[in-house]
Ligand binder design. Structure first.
Ligand SMILES: *Cc1c(COP(=O)(O)O)cnc(C)c1O
Length: 390
């Protein structure tokens, strides 16, 4: 949709700096206009009747949403992208656009918890049969596919515990069976993983995270290949869920610096993850870019980098986890991630069904921000020391 192909083959930071919008299309202003709109006027009755002009109504796209969506299309290699008001809407809108009563849908068991909640409540109520699979299933997913399987919904690495999936194998099985694959790609961003290049049909992002980057905007994007774009777009227009123009603008603005921010998130997080592996009281570090991670080979084969969020297993139980969190000073205690600042959370894993396992301690998720690594290490060391004394 409206892709200026001009920057497609340039380096990633050049694409991020210049993609999506041509300043000459709007009087030379470097940034696109923020168009607040419901009504769009037509020049005459005939044009109004046929709607034969580029913009027709606020819910159907504006120059602002086109700038963001075409920038994302170039990054994802997609045929079209929609922008919706939250990352969770970027999960629910495509599921509603493709699933019908009587369909069977497969979800990875390590899915983002609100996705599971949507599947178990609203999809179930609408007559969709929901089943979970183990993240390590790979091509073995073929055994779970039924004649009425319509969608496989994945997220790799897994939410909170970071299991890697063999996405090309899963997508190949799905393609063969005529099943649509959707992947929540929030962790990697299109800079580190391009799902459509690996056979996935629909790539989903909580742009709230790295694209926005400042913990102050909610937005989701959904990008589809040629095969699925028309149905996704129809579903989006039918549901009437466009993101607001100011939020779209903020995310578009965030994209310009996402490459350099991610580089820093990546190196900070890796440095801290490696250091954590040798700290007393730390049982395991769950970060797919570490050689010790069981999914490291898949990560290395398919991904171009790693972002700033990972988990570690802290020895002990609830008391140790609380002591760790309460001793932190720089790390904030809060949900979400992808912003410039570091965060920590004791993750809840009680929702897992087919992949439930005992990690032998408390799983603590860290979002590593853009602060200086020695300061973050000092903060974590304080937390670990408090946990040992708890
Ligand atoms: C945060 C997140 C979402 C939801 O995004 P919101 O904008 O907070 O609704 C969806 N998927 C993943 C993997 C996320 O981390």
């Amino acid at each position: 949709m409206n892709v200026p192909p001009k920057h497609n083959r340039k380096g990633i930071n050049t694409q991020l700096a210049h993609g999506g919008y041509d300043p000459r299309s709007f009087h030379g202003f470097v940034n696109p206009p923020v168009v607040h709109a419901s009504t769009v006027l037509f020049p005459d009755a005939q044009t109004m009747k046929t709607r034969n002009q580029k913009y027709t109504y606020g819910t159907r796209g504006t120059p602002t949403s086109d700038a963001l969506c075409s920038a994302i299309d170039a990054l994802e290699g997609s045929a079209g992208t929609i922008a919706v008001p939250s990352g969770l809407a970027a999960v629910t809108v495509p599921l509603l656009a493709f699933l019908s009563a009587g369909d069977h849908a497969l979800f990875v068991d390590t899915i983002y918890n609100p996705t599971r909640r949507f599947a178990d409540t609203m999809l179930a109520r609408l007559g969709v049969e929901v089943e979970y699979y183990e993240p390590e299933i790979g091509a073995g997913i073929t055994d779970l596919i039924r004649p009425n399987t319509r969608v496989i919904f994945t997220e790799s690495p897994g939410s909170n515990t970071f299991e890697m999936q063999d996405i090309p194998a899963i997508a190949a099985v799905a393609r063969e069976a005529g099943v649509i694959t959707m992947l929540d790609n929030t962790w990697a961003t299109p800079l580190f993983f391009r799902p459509l290049d690996h056979g996935v049909d629909i790539s989903i992002h909580a742009a709230t995270k790295y694209p926005a980057g400042h913990s102050d905007v909610l937005l989701g994007t959904v990008s589809a290949n040629e095969r699925c774009w028309e149905q996704l777009h129809e579903g989006f227009l039918t549901l009437g869920t466009p993101a607001g123009p100011d939020d779209v603008y903020q995310v578009f603005r965030g994209l310009r610096t996402m490459g350099v921010r991610l580089e820093r998130h990546q190196t900070n997080a890796l440095e801290i993850a490696r250091w954590l592996e040798d700290q007393p009281g730390v049982k395991t570090v769950l970060h797919p870019a570490l050689e010790s991670h069981p999914g490291h080979a898949i990560w290395k084969r398919d991904f171009k980098g790693s972002s700033g969020i990972f988990s570690f297993v802290l020895e002990g139980g609830e008391a140790q986890a609380e002591a760790f969190l309460d001793a932190l000073d720089i790390f904030g205690l809060g949900y979400s991630w992808g912003g410039y600042e570091s965060l920590a959370v004791h993750v809840y894993l009680g929702d897992r069904t087919v992949s439930a396992r005992n990690y032998g301690g408390s799983v603590i998720r860290l979002q590593i921000g853009l602060e200086d690594v020695p300061d973050l290490m000092d903060d974590i060391a304080k937390g670990l020391s408090a946990a040992r004394q708890a």
